[in-house]
Design a protein around this ligand. Structure first.
Ligand code: PGA
Length: 252
């Protein structure tokens, strides 16, 4: 059975003390009332990783970076390497988020380096894909997402592909309050799973966790997670409120 995963993406929010307080709250709620089947991940700013990893129970709550350097080490001022991320206790790295692709010009070539370094360090990439509104309106979202995958994680060996978590996040649904309908999300995730069948086979497709992201909330998580191909969520805004995040963790 593939894993059910609810990953918070805090983005560029919370000071260190606020982040530690939020992580402690989530950790406590998950310990007291969390669905034990759900893998819970907190995607914090780099500055918070070590402190957050120190206050959560690693058996119940994992910690993720939201990006990593495209080089292993060296003269890259301001960058944070995967070895540094691993040394904090974090075990996941969110890669290819649409905000990074759009505002920081992350291309498939750059993402391939980041994915390879993350895997080589033994960390799990949460690899994001998803189309902009114009593409959805033109009806070409499937071809767009297929190309995003074919240029990147579909080039991996079957063994490495088996270590990836995929997050489909339509850009028009991120932070807008406009969620994809459960039918739209299910259609895309079933399409992606079909591509994995064609590329890596049935067993790889059945084992791959594919998440939905974009205005996922306590109000819609249950409906989304009841779809057969939706294995959880990448949660932005709602991950900043511990009770809302817990409700999503428990929405399976
Ligand atoms: P949102 O963000 O839940 O605030 O829409 C999701 C994401 O960008 O990962």
């Amino acid at each position: 059975m593939r894993k059910k995963i609810v990953a918070g993406n805090w983005k560029c929010n919370t000071t260190l003390s606020e982040g530690i307080a939020l992580a402690k709250q989530v950790n406590q709620l998950v310990a007291e009332r969390g669905n034990k089947e759900t893998v819970v991940v907190l995607g914090t700013p780099f500055t918070h990783l070590a402190s957050v990893a120190a206050v959560v129970d690693p058996a119940r709550v994992s910690v993720s970076a939201q990006n990593c350097a495209a080089e292993p080490k060296g003269a890259f001022t301001g960058e944070v390497s995967v070895a540094m991320i691993q040394s904090t206790g974090a075990t996941y790295v969110i890669l290819g988020h649409s905000e990074r692709r759009e505002y920081y010009h992350e291309t498939s070539a750059i993402l391939n380096k980041k994915v390879a370094l993350t895997l080589a360090q033994g960390l799990t990439p949460i690899y994001c894909c998803g189309e902009a509104l114009e593409i959805r309106e033109a009806g070409t979202q499937n071809a767009f997402v297929q190309q995003q995958l074919e240029e990147t994680i579909f080039l991996l060996s079957p063994e490495d592909f088996g270590k990836i978590v995929i997050a489909y996040e339509p850009i028009w649904a991120i932070g807008t309050g406009r969620t994809a309908s459960s039918q739209q999300a299910q259609e895309m995730l079933a399409f992606i799973r079909g591509l994995i069948v064609a590329k890596f086979g049935e067993a790889a497709a059945a084992a791959c966790s594919i998440l939905y992201g974009g205005s996922c909330s306590p109000a819609n998580a249950q409906e989304l997670f009841s779809q057969p191909d939706i294995d959880g969520g990448l949660i932005g805004g709602a991950s900043l409120k511990a009770e809302d995040f817990l409700a999503i963790v428990n929405a399976f």
